[in-house]
Design a protein around this ligand. Sequence first.
Ligand SMILES: NC(=O)c1ccc[n+]([C@@H]2O[C@H](COP(=O)([O-])OP(=O)(O)OC[C@H]3O[C@@H](n4cnc5c(N)ncnc54)[C@H](O)[C@@H]3O)[C@@H](O)[C@H]2O)c1
Length: 442
Amino acid sequence: MSQNRRKFIKNAAISAGGIGMFSILPSSVWGANIAPSDQINVALIGCRNHGFNILRHHLNNEGVNCVALCDVDENVLHERAKDVKEAYGQNPKLYRDFRKLLEQQDIDAVIIGTPDHWHCLIFVYACQAGKDIYVEKPLANTIGECDIMVRAANHYSRVVQVGQQQRSNEGFNETMEIIKSGDIGRLRKVNIWANFNYGIGATPVEDSSVPEGVDYDFWLGPAPKRPFNRARFHGSWRHFWDYGGGLFSDWGVHLIDMGLWSDDLLGGPERVITYAGNNSNQTGMRDTFDTMNVTYPKKNYVINFDMNGGVQEGPWGKPYGVAFIGDKGTMVADRAGYKLYPEYDNNTESHKTAARSLSNISDAHDHHVRNFLDCIQSREPPRCTPEMGYAAAVHAHIANISGRVGEHLLEWDDENMRFTNSEKANEYIIPEYRKPWKLPEV
Ligand SMILES: NC(=O)c1ccc[n+]([C@@H]2O[C@H](COP(=O)([O-])OP(=O)(O)OC[C@H]3O[C@@H](n4cnc5c(N)ncnc54)[C@H](O)[C@@H]3O)[C@@H](O)[C@H]2O)c1
């Protein structure tokens, strides 16, 4: 996002109105910018899968306490409460409604581990309640929501870490250092690929009754009312536009983020060229695409993304990865490490750069969470700021919108938050919330 737009947003935020359905805490609370003591109290909203994984990474640090859990599925909530008790000897308060959780005064930070369609509302309420936030990626399910969240984080001066943990991955950090030092020569192209079986959707099932203990209406929240179907619920919601963006936004934001980081780019893309289709023979239940090719032309280089849901093999023998192509060599990186393949110079009969590699590196979640905890204390920006989350998510959402409106080329004005060559695409920027939920205003 351009500096101008950021400045505009900051100024606009100062004269902002209220947000959402309810006001939560007085401004004296969110206005305070005081780091907590040596103890950090965290709460988790959305406990089933990855949110709980992130909570565990928090609790593995000394002085971090789980003081609250919230889920709209009581089965998940009680199971996770038991897990926290058994593994850490702690007894968090339990909530079904995140708004009640946010009233709990001793919470320093919340982890948002819900499906994507909930991120924005919970995030803005948490900002208003004066909590710091670890929000899972993609930042939100629409461009408009991502923009609101960046503004909320700045307006309420919250420390926010977006769950794009590759920013804390040792291999990707070294990769960026090598690229920025000029060791692969001029960066010309970033080729990204993501091939995963799950990208074709869930096994189709009939609609059924809502499982006992699930507040399905609350799970849907701002999304349209629909009959209950297990294939659209826990875990597999990501294949339906109401709640997620398919493989392209799920894995895509992690990988696009690497393409942007290599030149420290923020903001949305100026131009996106997209092919998107459902070309596989497989009949998984989904709205989202299983086959995509997307090109993001940048000033100094080009980012290409090749996605195949339902396919698990990929270039360089990897199901996913990023190849940074420079004049002197190509860096191929994934979460396990990297390898630099140098170009050979026939004139000098030597390689243009030194080969090097790193492998078997450990999971980055620990580092990403530790960085968040440190930033809660220091009030410094964490490794993955909302602006970085915005940039990756908006790149992904625009490609999906392109597929949805059937237009291969979309031109985006990030300053004014609109497409300049498609009115149809403009209809996808701001989501329509189902009542009584209201899109937050900041
Ligand atoms: N960073 C990563 O590598 C990574 C990996 C996996 C998932 N994720 C992200 O984590 C998030 C969660 O994904 P998941 O796979 O764990 O989903 P999931 O469906 O397994 O779990 C989501 C949980 O949120 C609960 N929930 C839904 N609405 C709620 C609400 N309003 N209040 C409280 N609880 C609510 C659900 O009942 C469920 O227990 C997504 O944004 C996803 O993209 C990130």
